[in-house]
Design a binder for this molecule. Structure first.
Ligand code: 13P
Ligand code: SF4
Length: 302
């Protein structure tokens, strides 16, 4: 493993490449990553980088977003199988039908969506800025897709905004059930429960805090509590355990793993850099329209 890591680092320098890794990745990837974080942070880093190659250790829509933000750079995804199941729940035709059903209402799309879908939405959001983005529209009604649970959570946090959601969801986060929280609280009565807004409302209602990957990680550092029950993907818990050994982090249950995020290995990353594959490309017209949607989000998130 040491040899692979050294070779990846050497190739990164030789090829002026940067590696962006999502917090749900296999933890050993952090050894070679330049930036590790949530969707918002990684898209901000992609927009800023002056590297010639961006290697994305994440899911397909993240690499697509990097390509839209940096059309002149080579964007690589080590394993093409790594699609986001939620992003694939809505295509352009389904988006058009959804909009036709509710005309003249602003459309917010979660960054977990395809470039085609982004190209016909008004503004993008991630789980860390969804509230701010919806508020920025100053509308009484908004359409939100693909994640119905993030949309409904936003609605529950804002007064006077109706959030009309598309029926998409994250299969990984939906595996967390309210009974899991109730049981975990019985077992660890002192622990704080932190949940991702992609969880079902019956779960987020029981949490002490609901927030994005970064929000959850930050909560554990700024609060004095010593024990936390984490209701999101395992990668978050792995990193918290590594970085804060003095605290205790309990993954709500064993199988909260996004299989698509876990495709990439260090060997795949090495292969991707050696052969400069798999290159992600986005149709120029689609990319230009999708860029408006992403840029608007980045502007509001500054
Ligand atoms: P974050 O916005 O928290 O990075 O979440 C991305 C994601 O895919 C969650 O399932
Ligand atoms: Fe998509 Fe869910 Fe995996 Fe996130 S955890 S990348 S929303 S399938």
């Amino acid at each position: 493993m040491k040899k692979i890591i050294e070779e990846i680092k050497r190739l990164k320098e030789e090829k002026k490449a940067v590696i962006l890794a999502h917090c749900y990745q296999n933890i050993e990837i952090d050894e070679v990553a330049d930036y590790v974080g949530d969707s918002l942070y990684l898209s901000q880093m992609a927009a800023k980088t002056d590297a010639e190659i961006i290697l994305f250790a994440g899911v397909y829509f993240m690499a697509q977003t990097a390509k839209i933000l940096c059309p002149d750079k080579k964007v690589l995804l080590p394993r093409l199988e790594s699609g986001c199941l939620m992003a694939d729940m809505v295509n352009l035709q389904q988006l058009r039908e959804f909009k036709a059903k509710y005309p003249d209402i602003p459309v917010v799309c979660y960054i977990n969506s395809t470039a085609e879908v982004k190209s016909e939405c008004d503004i993008c959001c991630t789980s860390s800025n969804a509230l701010k983005i919806v508020e920025s529209l100053k509308a009484t009604k908004v359409l939100f897709l693909p994640d119905t649970y993030l949309g409904k959570w936003v609605e529950s946090q804002l007064n006077n905004v109706e959030v009309i959601t598309y029926p998409g969801y994250c299969p990984t986060h939906l595996r967390i059930r309210p009974e899991d929280i109730i049981e975990a609280r019985k077992k660890y009565p002192e622990a704080k429960v932190l949940a991702h807004p992609e969880c079902h409302q019956s779960v987020t209602k029981l949490a002490d805090y609901v927030g994005s990957t970064t929000g959850i990680m930050k909560y554990t550092t700024v609060h004095d509590d010593k024990q936390f029950i984490i209701a999101t993907e395992k990668g978050v818990v792995d990193r918290l355990k590594r970085d804060y050994p003095e605290k205790e982090f309990i993954l709500i249950k064993d199988n909260i793993i996004c299989p698509n995020m876990k495709w990439h290995t260090l060997a795949d990353i090495l292969n991707a850099l050696q052969n400069e594959e798999h290159e992600i490309d986005v149709d120029k017209d689609i990319a230009a329209k999708a860029l408006n949607c992403i840029d608007r989000m980045l502007e509001v998130s500054k």
